[in-house]
Structures are given as structure tokens and as C-alpha cells.
Design a protein around this ligand. Sequence first.
Ligand code: DQQ
Length: 545
Amino acid sequence: NAMFSWQRTSFHFQPQKNWMNGPYLGESHLVGCAADPNGPLFHKGWYHLFYQYNPDSAIWGNITWGHAVSSDLIHWLYLPLAMVPDRWYDINGVWTGSATILPDGKIVMLYTGSTDESVQVQNLAYPADLSDPLLLDWVKFDGNPVLVPPPGIGLKDFRDPTTAWIGPDGKWRITLGSKVNKTGISLVYTTENFITYELSDHYLHEVPGTGMWECVDFYPVAINGSNGLDTSVNGPGVKHVLKASLDDTKVDHYAIGTYFVSNDTWVPDNPKEDVGIGLKLDYGRYYASKTFYDQIKERRILWGWINETDTEADDLAKGWASVQTIPRTVLFDSKTGTNILQWPVEEIESLRLTSNSFTDVVVEPGTVVPLDIGTATQLDIFADFEVESSGSKETGNDISGCGDGAVDRNKFGPFGILVLADDELSELTPIYFCTSNAKTYFCADETRSSKANDVFKQVYGSQVPVLDGEKYSMRVLVDHSIVESFGQGGRTVITSRIYPTKAIYGAARLFLFNNATGVTVKATLKIWQLNSAFIHPFPFDNIQG
Ligand code: DQQ
């Protein structure tokens, strides 16, 4: 539907629009809802992304595993569906799961099936031919399901197995999310063969009041160093991140803590910032994320699902829904010691075209400064801000969050950039800092992002640590209708799904703004234009000659 074509992104992975002669449905149609990333892995030169996919419609249902490959995490080739709901144990949906690469190179895929009676069970699948770099054919194990809900667990509260890790006893462990009453929990199972499992006496962790945990993710991070860690790594110098996607609020929350392999429990560093009551992975539109270890580049990569905020009717009209974030590397922040750092994978830089630099641009209180960069729909923006000393010892208003958005005025802010804005500023999305003497918030204000009335527009954001001597710094990826914003090197991240109607194509502009009442800010920026990525069907005819 040409009416919505500008909402398609140019370098974010999204479902295929025209699925011609799909292997499952056998006819051409305009479709596609792509949700949770599933089973990411690297195999024989290809990064594989599977995802929850409805091949029949742009809204959730008929859940299959879509499949795509990339050699660089940026350019993608759509492959035939990897798994479809065709057995009693997954006929109501091939739901979320994770891959484990065994030491001998075999690949184990565990996923949740919704059975003919809508019971959630765990199933085992594996590639038919490991020598196929594309891993086109997946075999579902004869003995499925391998796990059914244990006593005391609701039949519909048992899903999303993680990547397995191995303990010093030689046994593999997986965890998966559930709830008991309103307490979110993660169950641990041990296994030696991925066919038979033993339930641990302990939960890996539980947090009262957080409800059903979906898409649990559990992985080690190095306290020092710039490499990611494979999932089984543990010991001194290692902390563990536990992430749960909260079904009740549709938010991905994480916490950092210590994993005790002796009884398979995890304890948060700071109980006040426990899973589901503290940090969010992303403060914007983001859910059901999952990491994997990239054994080639020794990094841990995080993917998340950016869901829509328009109406289902609009999604049906445009024929597709949902986008995946640019993959992000994840590291422990050794400077703060309290958070992870998320950063777009370095491969995004291969899309860079021309750049513009601006040094020490003065932005007076209450002003907007245009940045003349030409087209402003596909950008990689780095912006640093210095707040000019006000010369007085007087403190600013205390602030308690992102407030009502960028229109709020305090002594020290907000200040930042306006992305996807038109010349008249009738549409704009401010990405900004709000600061006082005591703390700083990193925010994205979507309230004026679109003239459309029937889309959800919110002010998003959270506190961001700014250490002594640091400038306020942000990196922002702009891609037509997606804005991914990284504050202070990725300490606080906000993904925006917006629907501009005026600030599109050549009409989109970039501005600086400063809504402080008491201070001038100086901005230094480097801005790259980004090329579009190739995201196409795999050219099977060519490779078959
Ligand atoms: N989506 C899947 C579930 C998961 C949920 C079903 C999270 O496995 O819990 O499509 O978005």
C-alpha cells in the first residue's frame, strides 16, 4: 500500500512485504507480522535470525518461525519458513525458543509449542543437514514434547526456553519463564541429552508482583574488558544478567547479579533494582529481546522486537507490522558498575555515506538551530553537549523524570536534537537530556511525532548516569519511522516507533534545541548519511544454476 510506504524502514530488518509463492502457503499475498527474535546463531559464515511470524496477516496469529540470514547483521536475505505449526504439540503456534551450539558443533533448538489443547510445552528441533550453511531444513524430534508444565505451574504459563549453558558437573541447564500467582519466576532444568530433563529444586530467581515472565534471557558479562562471553562462562570477573519480558506491561527488564551454579540460583547486586522493578533494557517501544554469543567476533549480541503503536486496521492496510532493532553489542559498564552498555554493532558503519561535522554550535535558551545536512531520514548521529556554567551557585529546579516532554522548561534543560522534523516544526521528535544538579534523564518525546491521531504517542526515558568530566552524549540512529537513541555510550537506550506524515523523505530535517531557561549549551556533532541495506529474498535460482 503506497499510502504507508514511507513507514517502511531502510536498514532495519522487517517482514517481507510481498511473500510470493511462499513455501508454506503456496500463493502470493501481502502479509507479515514479525515479532520476537528467536534462536539467533552464527553458522558457517551466516548469522541466522528466526522470528515469530504470521505469514497470513499483519497481526499476531498462526505463529511460525520466519528465517533470514546475513553475513554482516545488516544486509538480510529472507529464507523459507523454518518451522510451521504442523504437529499436535505446536499446532497452535511455534513459539519462542533459543539455539544452543554444542561443543561438537551440533545445533540444538528448543522452542515452546502451543498444543492442540493450547498447553505450553517445550520441543526439540535440529537442522537436518549441518553442512548446509543456510540451515534450511529443520527436523522436529520424534519424542516431542520434551517438557510439559510441572505440577503447580499453569498450563499456559510455561514458555520461552533459553540457550543452554553447561556447569562443572557436565550437565546442561536451561531456564524458562513462568509465574506463581503474581510472582514472576524462572524455572531451571538440567539435562545431559536435551531429551530428558530434571527440574531444579530452586527457581533461578523470582520477583513478587512482576507477573508472567516471558522470553527470559540469562548470560554472563565480563566485569572488565571489551569482549562478550559465551553462555557457559562463569567464575571470578564475571557477573550474570537476568532479563525478563514482563507480560503484564510488555517491558523488557534486566538486572545484574551473581549466578551460583551449585544450586542454580541468581542473586541481584542491588535488590532494589531487581528484575522487573529496576532497569529496563530499552525505555521505548521494545519487547521480547534475546541475546546470542557471536563466536567469530567474540561479542554478545542483543536483538529486540519493535512493535507497532498504530492501529491493527492500519497494520492490515499496510500489509506488514513490526521491525527488529539494529543488533546491539552488550557489555558490562565497568565505569558505573550498575548497568550494561548497548551499542549498535560496528557493521552498521558500512552503511555510512557522506558526513557533516558541527563544532561548538551555541544554542541559546529557548531556541532551535537548524542543522543543514540535506536529507535527514537515514542518519547515524553523534552529538555531545556542554552546558555553559551559569556563573551562579544557584541550583536548578529538581527534576523527577522526562516530565511532559521537551516543552517542559527548567533552568538546565531540556536540550538535545529534533529528529524527523519538518521545516514548520509541525512534526518533530525531540531526543534530549533533562538535567539538574543532582541527576540527568535521557528522553524521547513522541507526542508531536505525527499528525496522525490514531497512533500511540508517549514521552519515554529514564535516568542516565553522567560521570564527572563526561559531556552529555548521545548517538541516534534515524530510519524513517524508527529512532534508536543511545544515551551516554549506551547506558540508557530508547527506541521510538513513530509515524511521521509531513517529516518524510526530502521534507525531513534535523535541528538542535535548548529549552533551558538558565543556560546556554554548546553542541558538537558528527552526522553520517546512511545507505539503505539490502533486505531481499535469497536468490535460490542463481545458486541452483
Ligand atoms: N511471544 C511468543 C511467546 C512469547 C511471546 C508467542 C512474547 O512464546 O512469550 O508468539 O512476545
